[in-house]
Structures are given as C-alpha cells and as structure tokens.
Design a protein around this ligand. Structure first.
Ligand code: HEC
Length: 182
C-alpha cells in the first residue's frame, strides 16, 4: 500500500480512538453521579459481613408502620411458612425450636415461661415489648438486630413481606393489638 493509503487508514484508526475516548469522557460527565442517595439498599451489599462493625448512618431498613393498615394478613400467612418449622403462632401453640408466638405483638420480649432464650435476647429485651417496629427490625435481620440471638433465620428482605407477616401475627391473638398511628 502506498503511504497515502496507509495514512488514511492510520487517521481512521486514530479518529476512532479519539471518538471513543471523547464519548467516554462525555458520558462520564453526564452519567457520573457522586452520591447515590438510595436509602436502605446500600446495606444489603454488606450482607455477608459480620462482626461488630456499625451500620453506616441512615435507616438500615424500612419501617413497616406505614404499610400495616393495608398489609395483607393472608399473604403474611404464606410468609409464615418460613417460620413454621420453628414456631407455632396458634392459640395454645407449644414452644418448638423457637418460642410460641401467639399474641406476640406487644408481648414482653423473651417472656415465654419454660423457653430457653439466649442471653443476648434476654439482655436486649430487658423492659421492652415486641412492638411493630421491634418485630420489623428483628425479622429484617435477626442476627444483626439482636447480636447473638439463637434464632437461626436469615431474615426477610422485603418490607412488604414483613408488613404482611406482622399483620398475620397480629391476627393471631384473642384481641389483636391496635394498629399504630401513622
Ligand atoms: C430455625 C428456627 C427458627 C426460624 C426459622 C424462625 N425462628 Fe424465630 N426464634 C427461634 C429461636 C430459637 C428463638 C429464640 C431466640 C433467642 O432466644 O435468642 C426465636 C425467637 C423469635 C421471636 C422472639 C419471641 C419472644 O418470645 O421474645 C420472634 C418474634 C420470632 N422468633 C419470630 C419469628 C418469625 C416471624 C419467623 C419467620 C419469619 C421466625 N421467627 C423464624 C427460631 C426460629
């Protein structure tokens, strides 16, 4: 090939390289966002990390309170299948691997007679009840919410699933606890 043709090809290649670089640069400027402010989800990345490190600032999980009034207890009964191997939530239900859960909403934490709670849950629950949001946090990630709990369950990621489940648990009572003010 003569040098003119070579030059043409070289220019074409170089041109392409510059074009791609330029596009990259421009799209960086357009799409690069310094600070994605998604609340909540950043934490899920840290799922595998254990051991004492504090959560980053900001809400670690979404509240169920705004969802409870319209939550679906029937769907929650489906979610409860994840719990049923270890818990009975029916009236007069016995302790299994985990304590009986009948009337769990607003019940004192770690208060079922004859159940061998972990020291961690007993200490955590000192003077506290299973309010809707306490349940929400515990069911979100038991071992993160109460470090050292013996409840061997990973947790329920979706806030809607937790809301439905808690609505179901609320119904497992002679007179269901009042719904929280929103
Ligand atoms: C593998 C067995 C297991 C599974 C599955 C499980 N739990 Fe538990 N749960 C336990 C154990 C064990 C404890 C006692 C924890 C402690 O003492 O630290 C417990 C404790 C609890 C408590 C505290 C009760 C109290 O009396 O203070 C609640 C509430 C609870 N579980 C709800 C649930 C729900 C809802 C699910 C399903 C999403 C679930 N658990 C799934 C074993 C389990």
């Amino acid at each position: 090939m003569d040098s003119f043709e070579f030059n043409k090809i070289a220019m074409a290649v170089l041109g392409t390289v510059f074009l791609v670089m330029g596009l990259n640069f421009a799209s960086d400027g357009i799409f690069h966002s310094e600070n994605p402010e998604q609340k909540g989800y950043a934490i899920e990345v840290a799922e595998a990390s254990t051991g004492g490190s504090e959560e980053p600032a900001g809400p670690a999980f979404d509240p169920v309170t705004p969802l409870l009034a319209s939550a679906d207890a029937t769907a929650g009964e489906g979610v409860f299948k994840k719990c049923a191997a270890c818990h009975d939530a029916s009236s007069g239900g016995a302790n299994k691997v985990g304590p009986a859960l009948y009337e769990i909403v607003n019940r004192d934490i770690a208060s079922v007679d004859g159940f061998g709670y972990s020291g961690a849950l007993k200490a955590y629950g000192e003077g506290k009840q299973w309010t809707y949001e306490e349940l929400n946090g515990f069911l979100w990630k038991p071992k993160k919410f109460v470090k050292g709990t013996s409840m061997g369950f990973g947790g329920i990621k979706k806030v809607q699933d937790r809301a439905d489940l808690i609505a179901y648990l609320r119904g497992q009572a002679a007179s269901p606890a009042e719904l929280p003010a929103q």
